[in-house]
Design a protein around this ligand. Sequence first.
Ligand SMILES: [Fe+2]
Length: 383
Amino acid sequence: MSQLAERLRTARAETDALFGMIDRAALYDRPVSDRHRLIFYVGHVEAFDWNLLSQHALQKPSFHPSFDKLFAFGIDPEPGKAPADKPSDWPREPEVRDYGARVRRELDASLAQVPEQLLHVAIEHRYMHAETLAYLFHNLPYEKKLAPHESPAIAADLPASSMVEIPAGIAMLGRPRGDGFGWDNEFDLHQVDVPAFRVAKYKTTNGEYLEFVRAGAAPPNFWIKRSGQFFLRAMFEETPLPLDWPVYVTQAEAAAYAQWRGKSLPAEVQYHRASEGATPVNADFKHWDPVAIGGPAGASRYGAAQMLGNGWEWTSTVFAPFAGFQPFPFYRGYSADFFDGKHFVIKGGSPRTASCLLRPSFRNWFRADYPYVYAGFRLVENL
Ligand SMILES: [Fe+2]
């Protein structure tokens, strides 16, 4: 069995395990109002592989055209245009499971004929859903989730917030063609001159953001107030707000906080400069929630801690193509559908980001007010 076929099986095991940690009845819940009900994703991760590989590599006829279509695409609606379907509008779980099992059988019989690039697309697409499914499950009631055995993190002393200096230099963005897999938006490789700036050594913490909330800002979606105290809605339980964990917020909240502190969010090119040499911290499905900012560092060559993992980092950069961008002919809308000026680049990774997506050229993007993503931020000072 080829290495990529083995990786596809490992990725399938990851999404299977995820669906195994929620109450079956919750599959027809819609924990996030502007995303599909969870049953859609049971079908989608399989239908995506089927549509991609049967049409663009194997020329196999469909065995279930209506499911191929129903489960083809997720949604990212404009604000106020959330879907209004009912649970009974969706097929029953056994039918969806049977469809997925047959997709796997049919594809696995012919995987040796699939070009490597398409297998990378299938593997990484599934891992991206392994992360975004965690965002959706995060918003299910706790009683619908089965918690793994994981001891809660213990609060440590808050390290003093400090800035590190990033000298003027060249940021390398994108990746060279013909040197391993990358999505369409990762091309072309190019250099950008970046003036000197200062960047926070640590991501902004819940404790720091609490000062902003006490000054009148709205609390983030991951917080809840009980008897006058804020608690964090962690994956499997509410916990007194861990002051030394990175805060998860929207891009709009991060930008407002930065302005309140008299600082800025980093541009994508500044993230690249500041994160050179960073190594992964709290990523690749080892934990569900963040760890303290003063925990494992994985610092960049300039001393900025935890830039790769423990929560994505919002940038001030609107998601847009690099010069030389060409959509994949087999997935034209992957990036191009989001070049609308309304999505912002996030970089780095979260506890639920697969290791293959931690490469420096990988770009992710969400709307400025999307409150469910495991993303925080760090401040910069432009000199
Ligand atoms: Fe998808």
